[in-house]
Structure formats: structure tokens, C-alpha cells
Design a protein around this ligand. Structure first.
Ligand code: ZN
Ligand code: ZN
Length: 332
């Protein structure tokens, strides 16, 4: 059903690629993160709610065709449909059905509830291509409410001390999830780095309810950031933009913060273990839920994850990507 090629995963029966890193005639896209959706293909097919995010990344001239979740499109001998992945707005698992049976390519996914996107739906299949970004037993997430309470407590402590709270997080997915989760516990406005604005607007356009935001650079001259929460991408670290902050404490919201030493290595005050990916128990639960007779792992830690599955009597394998190491993953 699917072959590994130099451009990425290819489906010969339907003549399309899934999340290709090369430029191809037809790309079927799981979601808008940069390690899954690359510019340069002739045409794109994605779920409806993904299209506005792709447009913001690729520009208005890109050819983007959409389907609703659960709707089927026939490509050659293959029936293709998109199903919620619970990862970020517009994220989808891709189900393909043809003479080779039913395959589901998960893209990135999580099982924890997320107010910005519909929950992951387990889809029965013969072969399940699962992400394994956090496919090691050390990765285990706490309840989101506990992490949001920790974030709010950190912000409160910094306010009391007259400091700004600078929270690094990914511009697509994590930032909006944080703003949506915080909207349930506070109504304060949040300042954002300019690189955050486009995707926040896209989420608002999709009707996602989030805290009010305003760009840090629009703060009136002379006013202070003391007590404010500011969201920024890690790329903003060490840039002149930081001068505006005054005294601040910084934090990074990422599943990678679970690794011992990762926070100190980055020299960040606070690590918030908040991930948009499935943790180890959720990966294993999902593999039980979809009932696949074969599981192929990709992204992150595919080899140890596939070895573990094999040790449990599950036929497994690895699909390699062009992405290696830390830079490979967005929205972790
Ligand atoms: Zn992703
Ligand atoms: Zn990914």
C-alpha cells in the first residue's frame, strides 16, 4: 500500500505521497507542522480545518484541496479519508483502503483532551503507522490541569516578585492550547512575540476560544512587562526582542522537559512538561485500540519502540524520515 521513497511515503495505487519532504505532484497532509507539511508540491489534499494553516505557511497561490473528517475521496484504486488525531488544529490521521487492506497513518497524535481540536478517534486497521516521537517508557505526562496550575502558579510567583514570565512554546499548536487552557482559569491578557500572531489569528478564525493577546512590540513606550505572561518561540532567545522584557523568569513547554537535565542544558528556569504527542502509555493504548496486526513506527524513537512491540508479539517495523534528532520535531 505504501512505499518508502526519497521523497517520503508513497502510495502507488493512488499516486500520492503522505507528508512528503520532497516536491511531489500530489501531497496528502496529516497536519501543518513543518516536519509534515513542506512547501513546493504541485497540489495538497488535507482536512478542511488544516487548510487555513497551510495557506498561512505556503501562501495563497498553493493548490489545496480539502475534505471533512470522515469524508472519503477515491484516488486511483485507493479510498482516502481523514480522521481526528487530537494533535493540533487541523491534524488528521489518514486512512487508506485498497487491495492491500486498510492502513492508517497517524501523523502526530495525542490522547489527552485539547480544547483547540477534536479528540483522537481510534480507527480499526490492518497496518497502523504510528508516530513514536516519545516512544520510550520514560515519557509519561501528568494531567493537563496540573500542568496549567503549575504554569499559573509560576506566573503568580513572578508577578508577586515584579518579574515578567517568558514562556517559550511552539507557534503552531502549543501556544494556542496554552491560551485556550488558560482561558478556563484566568481572564488576563497575554503578550506574544510577533512570530506567534499569524497562527493565533488562524485559530481565532476557526472559532477557538483563547485568552486575549497583544503583540509585545505594541506595548506603549515606558510601560513595563513586570507581571506579564509573554509567549515566544525558542528562536526569540538571545535576540534584541528580549531587551524589552526587563527582569524575567523563563520556561519552556515541551514533552522534552521530561528528560532529566534537559531544562538545565537549555539553561531555562522552569520546564513545563506539556506535550501535543502521545506519551508511552498512550502509544501502547492506541495500538491496542486500533487492533492492527502490524505496526510501523516513525519519527523520534522508532527503533526502540518497534523492538518493544516485537517483544510483545506485535509484528512491527520502522519507517524512516528525512528528519533526525531534535530539530526534526515541531510541536513536541
Ligand atoms: Zn506535529
Ligand atoms: Zn511531527
Amino acid at each position: 500500500m505504501l512505499q518508502e521513497t526519497a521523497e517520503g511515503l508513497y502510495c502507488p495505487g493512488g499516486e500520492f505521497f503522505i507528508d512528503p519532504w520532497g516536491s511531489v505532484p500530489r501531497a496528502v497532509i496529516t497536519h501543518a507542522h513543518g516536519d509534515h507539511a513542506r512547501a513546493g508540491s504541485v497540489s495538497y489534499l488535507c482536512v478542511e480545518s488544516c487548510a487555513p494553516l497551510l495557506r498561512r505557511r505556503f501562501g495563497v497561490e498553493a493548490t489545496i484541496e480539502t475534505r471533512r473528517y470522515g469524508e472519503t475521496v477515491q484516488l486511483g484504486s485507493i479510498r482516502v479519508s481523514f480522521h481526528p488525531a487530537g494533535h493540533v488544529l487541523g491534524s488528521a490521521q489518514i486512512r487508506i483502503e485498497g487491495p492491500g487492506g486498510v492502513w492508517v497513518v497517524s501523523g502526530d497524535y495525542k490522547r489527552a483532551p485539547d480544547p483547540t481540536c477534536p479528540a483522537f478517534e481510534p480507527i480499526q486497521c490492518d497496518t497502523f503507522v504510528t508516530e513514536s516521537t516519545f516512544g520510550l517508557p520514560i515519557f509519561h505526562w501528568d494531567a493537563t490541569a496540573d500542568i496549567i496550575a503549575e504554569l499559573l502558579g509560576w506566573w503568580e510567583d513572578n508577578r508577586a516578585a515584579g518579574r515578567a514570565s517568558l514562556l517559550f512554546c511552539y507557534t503552531l499548536g502549543k501556544a494556542q492550547r496554552i491560551l485556550a487552557e488558560l482561558a478556563a482559569v484566568t481572564d488576563r491578557r497575554v503578550l506574544v512575540h510577533g512570530a506567534m500572531i499569524s497562527m493565533i489569528e488562524a485559530y481565532r478564525g476557526a472559532g477557538v476560544r483563547m485568552l486575549e493577546t497583544s503583540p509585545l512590540i505594541e506595548l506603549t513606550r515606558g510601560s513595563t512587562c513586570a507581571g506579564e505572561l509573554i509567549l515566544a518561540p525558542l528562536l526569540a532567545r538571545g535576540t534584541p526582542w528580549m531587551r524589552r522584557l526587563g527582569d524575567f523568569s523563563d520556561a519552556f513547554a515541551s514533552g522534552t522537559m521530561r528528560v532529566r537535565g534537559a531544562r538545565r542544558q537549555r539553561n531555562i528556569d522552569r520546564g513545563l512538561v506539556l506535550s501535543d504527542h502521545a506519551d508511552w502509555p498512550a502509544l501502547l493504548q492506541t495500538i491496542r485500540d486500533v487492533g492492527a496486526s502490524r505496526v510501523l513506527a516513525t519519527h523520534g524513537h522508532p527503533e526502540p519502540f518497534a523492538r518493544y512491540l516485537a517483544s510483545q508479539g506485535i509484528e512491527s517495523g520502522v519507517i524512516r524520515t528525512a528528519w533526525e534528532g531534535e530539530a526534526a520535531t515541531q510541536g513536541d
